[in-house]
Write a protein that binds this ligand. Structure first.
Ligand code: ADP
Length: 207
């Protein structure tokens, strides 16, 4: 669907560094609309719900990490202590819980045309050192996968953004009640998108 919603978490290190405003400005400037926002310290229960993918998701993280090590000329067993993708995924998950509950985060729901894909594009590669120039992860961090492994932490990569429309639906429902997501019309939508007829897109909301 064309007009979508997606979830962004401004991660603890970014809040600590005082960049909430700059990150929000980047998304607003691109034409995305904030439809929900909250400041929170994530509980274990909330993180359990966020990382809902089970063993398949853990294996995926493990495989991505193995691939990343190969690209960097490293042996994943030297970096993670094992080459089993599930075991690697479990270790990273444990580290992620520690990292993401280490201080307050800002959770946002952003709405806009192809919001999921557009926000991921603006966010950039999972590992900031590999992120494309101009993306948020490249502009606000130089963290690398080998650094992460040396300090025993996941890559601190500034923000989280939903990776697909289906994931966005689940994540928005997880972090926000329906009543906390506000339907509203932004003054620039007419000139940017619809020539004054917002109904052209409002009934095409994918989530
Ligand atoms: P993304 O956040 O880009 O969607 P994933 O969902 O695959 O990436 O991973 C979740 C989080 O785990 C990442 O945001 C990052 O903090 C951490 N992470 C993922 N892969 C690695 C890796 N190879 N090394 C260190 N940390 C990683």
């Amino acid at each position: 669907m064309m007009n979508e919603r997606t979830l962004v978490l401004i991660k603890p290190e970014t809040v600590q560094r005082g960049y909430i405003g700059e990150i929000i400005t980047i998304f607003e400037r691109a034409g995305l609309k904030i439809v929900a926002a909250k400041f929170l310290v994530a509980t274990k229960k909330q993180l359990d719900g966020h990382f809902h993918g089970g063993d398949e998701w853990l294996r995926g993280i493990g495989r991505k990490t193995t691939e990343g090590c190969r690209e960097d000329g490293l042996r994943v067993e030297d970096v993670m202590g094992t080459s089993d993708p599930l075991e690697i995924g479990r270790k990273i998950k444990e580290q992620l819980y520690h990292y993401l509950s280490s201080g307050p985060m800002m959770a946002l729901v952003l709405e806009g045309i192809h919001a999921v894909k557009v926000v991921r594009k603006i966010t950039g590669h999972t590992i900031p050192a590999k992120a494309e120039t101009g993306t948020i992860r490249a502009m606000y961090s130089i963290a690398s996968a080998d650094l992460a492994s040396v300090v025993g932490s996941p890559a601190r990569n500034v923000i989280h953004a939903s990776s697909s429309v289906d994931e966005a639906k689940i994540e928005i429902r997880h972090w926000f009640k329906d009543s906390e997501v506000i339907e509203w019309k932004k003054i620039d939508e007419d000139v940017l998108f619809t020539d004054g007829d917002y109904t052209k897109i409002s009934d095409k909301k994918g989530n």
